[in-house]
Design a protein around this ligand. Structure first.
Ligand SMILES: NC(=O)c1ccc[n+]([C@@H]2O[C@H](COP(=O)([O-])OP(=O)(O)OC[C@H]3O[C@@H](n4cnc5c(N)ncnc54)[C@H](OP(=O)(O)O)[C@@H]3O)[C@@H](O)[C@H]2O)c1
Ligand SMILES: *[C@@H]1O[C@H](CO)[C@@H](O)[C@H](O)[C@H]1NC(C)=O
Length: 315
């Protein structure tokens, strides 16, 4: 009897787990057709790739970045562009918008502004409401520039990065929540392995990513208790081959980066299917995390072995 239970219970568990996972809805690109989506930090990297995927799927995309804020500051207000002004100085973000249109987006727009300033976040969402008339998915992806090196003791930088990488995510969520409640929408938060495990040489960045987990995982619990039908998907990414990440870390990290295009698609899939968390790539994120609570020191050691500190650039 004892033995039977020992075998039966795990087997039953496996069968139930299999049924649970296989009964889940599969992703279809048509799910995004006509959906209204904001992607923050979409002038480069993973955000840019997400914008292109969404465009191909026929979504209405609104992308954000600072890029044009510098130009807009001249007249002191937030800019919104639909890229009809051919004569305007070509810049990265408007190229992204033009490409989105060419790829078949329902519509594509740029709203520029720095996420360091909380007033900007509110304005961004107001522009989205006015232009799109609602919102189905808020993809929070932007990150402020930091250094890749030993913690330098600059508290002001930590504070600035918390504003950009964390507080603006909170502020955007608060502003967008009424629209998301109306649509039964989704919040997608792009985080990192550095937001689940302590990584060296990205101390301020890691702190901001851990903060995101605390805020959004707690909020998800409250949504569940209150039956708020807005999903929250936290994305745990490993090393991805974006230009900025490669420039900062490729020499020091003993890891091969994963492609940003596929990464972007996995994030969109996870958000659309309202998954709790996305792990990309799975084997190099989810599996190491199995060690975190039971063999933390071993995981710390394995992490440290992935770095060549002698290759850090002189600060
Ligand atoms: N690449 C990786 O290896 C990796 C690994 C784990 C997690 N992630 C996460 O994935 C996300 C995207 O990373 P990525 O590598 O694609 O980054 P990226 O290429 O450096 O892009 C960052 C984006 O954020 C925008 N941005 C920067 N500062 C801003 C500010 N103050 N206000 C508003 N926007 C600002 C940038 O545009 P402007 O400069 O024009 O404003 C850009 O569009 C981030 O959340 C990152 O933490 C990346
Ligand atoms: C919650 O929203 C999703 C997506 O908009 C929808 O499919 C689902 O039916 C909603 N659930 C409830 C309980 O309203």
């Amino acid at each position: 009897m004892g033995l039977l239970q020992k075998i039966l219970i795990p087997v039953l568990g496996l069968v139930l787990a299999f049924c649970f996972y296989s009964s889940r809805e599969n992703f279809r690109p048509e799910m995004l057709k006509g959906k209204r989506v904001i992607v923050t930090g979409a002038s480069t990297g993973i955000g840019e790739q997400m914008a292109y995927h969404l465009a191909r799927m026929g979504a209405h995309v609104l992308v954000t970045a600072r890029t044009e804020a510098k130009l807009q500051q001249v007249n002191g207000k937030l800019g919104t562009h639909t890229c009809t002004h051919k004569h305007r100085k070509a810049n990265l973000t408007s190229q992204v918008v033009e490409r989105c249109r060419a790829l078949g987006a329902g519509s594509a727009r740029l709203v520029s502004g720095s996420m360091e300033d909380m007033a900007t976040t509110r304005q961004l969402v107001e522009v989205a409401e006015a232009e799109l008339g609602g919102l189905d998915m808020l993809i929070l992806n932007h990150v402020g520039k930091s250094y890749f090196n030993y913690f330098d003791g600059d508290v002001g930088h930590v504070q600035k990065l918390l504003n950009i990488n964390f507080l603006s995510y909170v502020a955007m969520t608060v502003s967008a929540l009424p629209m998301l409640k109306r649509s039964g929408g989704s919040i997608v938060v792009v985080s990192s392995m550095a937001g689940k495990v302590g990584f060296p040489f990205t101390v301020p960045y890691s702190a901001t990513k851990f903060a995101l987990d605390g805020f959004f995982s707690s909020l998800r619990q409250e949504f569940s208790i209150q039956s708020v039908n807005v999903s929250i998907t936290l994305c745990i990414l490993g090393f991805i081959d974006t230009e900025n990440a490669m420039r900062a870390a490729a020499d020091v990290l003993l890891m091969s980066p994963a492609p940003k295009e596929e990464c972007a698609l996995e994030i969109i899939k996870g958000g659309t299917l309202r998954q709790r968390e996305v792990y990309y790539r799975y084997a190099s994120t989810k599996l190491p995390l199995l060690l975190r609570d039971w063999a933390a020191e071993l995981l710390d050691l394995l992490v440290r072995q992935r770095y060549r500190p002698e290759r850090l650039r002189a600060a």
